[in-house]
Design a protein around this ligand. Sequence first.
Ligand code: ATP
Ligand code: MG
Length: 311
Amino acid sequence: MTKLPKSIDDTAALLSRADYVAERSLATALFLALKLERPLFLEGEAGVGKTEIAKVLASTLGRKLVRLQCYEGLDISSAVYEWNYPRQMIEIRLAEASGKISEAASQAARKKLGNDIFSEQFLIERPLLQALRASADGAAPVLLIDELDRTDEPFEAYLLEVLSDYQVSIPELGTIKAEKPPIVIITSNRTREIHDAVKRRCLYHWVDYPDAARELDILRRKAPGAAERLSTEIVAFVQRLRKMDLFKLPGVAETIDWTKALMALDQLALDPDTVNDTLGALLKYQDDIGRIRGSEAERLLSEVKAEIAAA
Ligand SMILES: Nc1ncnc2c1ncn2[C@@H]1O[C@H](COP(=O)(O)OP(=O)(O)OP(=O)(O)O)[C@@H](O)[C@H]1O
Ligand SMILES: [Mg+2]
């Protein structure tokens, strides 16, 4: 287990060690979230590195990563805990077979069995409960609640309780409270607004697309071996694309994918034909590809080459 960072610079260095290139405002939000023991709520477009933050934090701090992937209809039995019904049934059958709970069995024997089947050994821990309990060895885990905007509001209300007290109550067992609050990262793609009450408990940061310098740094780390000229042209091209009115702008993930695709084709620089043929690594909607392919790609590319030549 590594100690928590002591400053904003320390936080940025920690992320950088795992090849995550953070802008200063993100490092600040993260530093404060760790220091104040508050959840960090990250919103932003797809593929800008929201989920990655939690993974990088867990690996650099040497903590366990507990991930709750949200989806519509997510309920307590998938997110918090569930009783192991099949095993409970087997236990009852075994007790019946051994005569422990026959017609003639005492009231006390029946009550004991009732208590036994609602004990720890029949409890299945789901991510939220795992995250509260994993701190028993002294190191609170990183709890990633990914894509919260996909759940429905009742679940959000439940989460609010968990985040307020870092505890859950299980009627048959009692209240389980974390010894140390987990490091909580919540992400949202903003397909709907998250309730203010959840946000109020968190520190908020909007993860934006990186500027050209930062994106180039990311490429050097995530696609090492790409020709410098190729990376520079890719970044300049993608940065231009992001200023256009497309249905879905490319995220950092797409920039990395495109670079790897072009490396696989042994490209040392961009040319119009290759751009046209590989746009599918960058744009994922036919309308967007249709708009860019051909003359628009050529125009962007000549702007990019001119920009780089002038630099
Ligand atoms: N600042 C960054 N530094 C290093 N790598 C980054 C950065 N931002 C994004 N990436 C890379 O981009 C990819 C996508 O990141 P990630 O999955 O975290 O995005 P996301 O914001 O969670 O997207 P989605 O909303 O689609 O889930 C990862 O491979 C990650 O390594
Ligand atoms: Mg994600």
